[in-house]
Design a protein around this ligand. Sequence first.
Ligand SMILES: *[C@@H]1O[C@H](CO)[C@@H](O)[C@H](O)[C@H]1NC(C)=O
Ligand SMILES: *[C@@H]1O[C@H](CO)[C@@H](O)[C@H](O)[C@H]1NC(C)=O
Length: 301
Amino acid sequence: MATRPWTKHRQPKRRLWLLLSATAFLLTLASLQASTYLLRRANALGRQCATLPAESSAEDAASPRPSIVMVSLSDEGEGGSRRRSFRGVRAAVEGNKRAYAVRWGYGYTESGDLVDRSRPPNWSKILAVRTQLPFYDWVFWNDADTVVTNPDTSLENILHAAIGHRDFHSSPDLVVTQDFNGVNSGVFFVRRSKWSEYFLDTWWNQTSFIKFGSTKSGDNAAMKYLIDSLSEAESLIHVRKLQMQCLFNSYPWVPSWKSIHRLISSPLVTWKGVYSDGDFMVHLAGLDEKKKWIKEILEQL
Ligand SMILES: *[C@@H]1O[C@H](CO)[C@@H](O)[C@H](O)[C@H]1NC(C)=O
Ligand SMILES: *[C@@H]1O[C@H](CO)[C@@H](O)[C@H](O)[C@H]1NC(C)=O
């Protein structure tokens, strides 16, 4: 019976612990929900991805429109875990992108037939872009796991916002966005020029970056390396690295250890790149269950 007072004493303590843990758990859950909710409304809360000029302004009518092609490539059969699978992704997004291209009079190509089997399929985006470059003023590359979420925005207006004027023939040659890892090769613009041809050919030649059997295939790292190795002067003339990722390459925010860590350690990068209602394009970078995501996004639009 000597233990009795001890057990009695312990009971409320345990209850207190349970209560505290439950409260902490609920608070965490609530703040995760709040973060998801707030980030999704970044634009309504005052974030500006760009000051976009009004569509079809007088200025627009005066200058001839550049010819633009949207290029994408999906390799559904090969590689990747089942959860990361791209199966069905092409069918799910093709209608969305085609309709957008038709509406604004852009070309559209899906270059699945160009895949070079000696490298992870993602490298073949370089071939796909390079093949189209001679035929258009601009090539707009978008990864297979992207969806146009605001079809009312034209690519000319996005370019205008990116380069700061409407002279699309004398402008930087490469327009890219940056995320937590620096430049992202998932969505970018390339202008037809000797410089761009040389850049793409050199990028393709960075064979030491090729990586098999990893979540990274090396093409993004190679692009980053090439841009970083330009002189400051060359970079200034030829490459536009955008401050606001959400201009055309927004990532959805999904609660996970990684995204929470990023939100806390780089809140500004998260804020600039997070997908919010009204953004032009969503990119499911690094997410599993892509088909499910795409279906959900298309339903919400
Ligand atoms: C390849 O590209 C897709 C988008 O098309 C991207 O989601 C994926 O992470 C990339 N894979 C590798 C291995 O880099
Ligand atoms: C890329 O490599 C090929 C084959 O080695 C070579 O002929 C070509 O000149 C290289 N291009 C550039 C831009 O480095």
